[in-house]
Design a protein around this ligand. Sequence first.
Ligand SMILES: [Zn+2]
Length: 370
Amino acid sequence: MKYSDITGHRSTVDSLRDIVDTDHIPHAILLGGQEGIGKMRLARAFVSYLYCMDRKDGDSCGKCPACLQNAHHNNPDVHYVFPRIGAASKSTDAFLPQWHDFIDKHSYMPKEEWARAIDAGNSVPVIYRNDAAEISRTAALSSFAYRYKTYIIWMPEKMQPQCANALLKLLEEPFPNTIFILVSNEPDKLLPTIFSRTQRFNLKPLNDEEVAGILASEGIPYAEAQEVAALSEGNMIKAFDIAGEGGEIKEFSGLYMQMMRLAYARNAGGLRMLSDAIAAMGREKNARFLAYCARLTRENFIYNLKTPELNAMTRGEEDFSVRFSPFINYKNVERLMSEIQRAHDDILRNANARLVMFDFMLKIMMLLRK
Ligand SMILES: [Zn+2]
């Protein structure tokens, strides 16, 4: 990972580069901000730059032995600490193969994906006291190959209290040339005493252009990437989720529009055929369709308020809503939403999907022209 791989966060990149260039490296750095904005990518780019033996144009070279070691996760002086499951006494090392695979494939760090990778099931991964003990043990040793020893701690807010206290001790009496990088989604949940001992960087969500740019570089057509970006709140994890379901969003919006046109025309026969077709898609997908109906209905209601900053729709949805939104209003919105919710609940309760969907559409028909 190099600085040139980082999208956004320019001023933080500049500051991080600067502290290395001027040799003013603090012993604890906190990269804080909402998930999905690339904080771990930034931490990794910083580490590459720190160790690189041939820095060029303000970036690591990507070719020297240190850069290769960092890229292959075998720099003996760089350690990762992360939430995990299992016996507290179990060594974190047991999770390293999954960890390396995870940060390579999911560099924006979706925590659900990590939980899946380690088969967490219903357990919530945490950082154990033992993990801090392991840090103290290795931090006391001198570095193996390089001047600095680095610990990158992902989600330090998941440290158990005893672990946090042990880390605090390390921050209070730092070993020379030992650097801690805390990569936190919720820095306000850290112990204030830890927080205050770090040099802090507050990272903002990515802007729509940055999100679209990243999606486009992953092969998503730019127009679509822009639509997804508008819904993603600057969070790449969300953006990748939406883009992955892009096909489904398009399909659902087509079905919603068809349903509303038939309902407005009071075409019960057409609604019968449409509801049968949707019921045939299976229960899970029916539930997702109804969740989509709730979203677009709510968006249409909001659209009437003429406050675009409150709306989050794709361009296709908005084109439809320009004309459709007046039909969702104060008189019917509440009942429409509760009918959608009821159908959603019935579907999940294993009621007959064909009956539920047809009944639901008839209700929509009645409510639409009230
Ligand atoms: Zn290098």
